[in-house]
Design a protein around this ligand. Sequence first.
Ligand code: GRF
Length: 199
Amino acid sequence: MFILFLSKFFILKTVAIFGSGNGSNAENIYNYFLSSSDVKIVFFCTNNKNAFIVNRAEKLNIPVLFTNKDHMRKNSGIQKELKNYKVDYIILAGFLLKIPNNIISLYPKKIINIHPSLLPKYGGKGMYGLNVHAAVLKNKELESGITIHFVNEYYDEGEIILQKKCFISKEETINSLDKKIRFLELSFFPKTIEKIIFS
Ligand code: GRF
């Protein structure tokens, strides 16, 4: 019993980060766990060969894997890589493809996404990046924020782990709101992942 309790804390947990764009969250999470002996980021994965996350992976000297819709569905595709690298947790940081059910069922409560709004508002298909902020401002919302949640088979509908709010000023623009949201993302995403891994 005692050994089981200890093993929860001392067995290395491996994490893969999926992203389709800039990769600022991916790099931030990578750096957060860099000196950790409990958590290791084993690869970045993207569906977009031209995304800046690829440059970041090269700079950080971490493997970057490429995937697409078909590759994610096949047992011989990304699923095989997740197995080869013994991945325990998948982090979605701006990953635009839907995670297929074959992967979701292998990782119950072990796939975590970040969304740049206060879900359930401004979630779902097409709601990503600056589109989200544009819709929030168009509706004259007084606040926005981030949502960190588990991923299930429906877009942006998995159980919410954490939300953090920011206020919207009268002069707010899409870019200024994006800065506020990014600040929240960089501040809260890595430590929330850590909490989940060790909860
Ligand atoms: C973030 O705003 C995140 O909330 C959303 O996509 C964006 C990714 O940004 N899901 P980056 O690629 O981490 O810079």
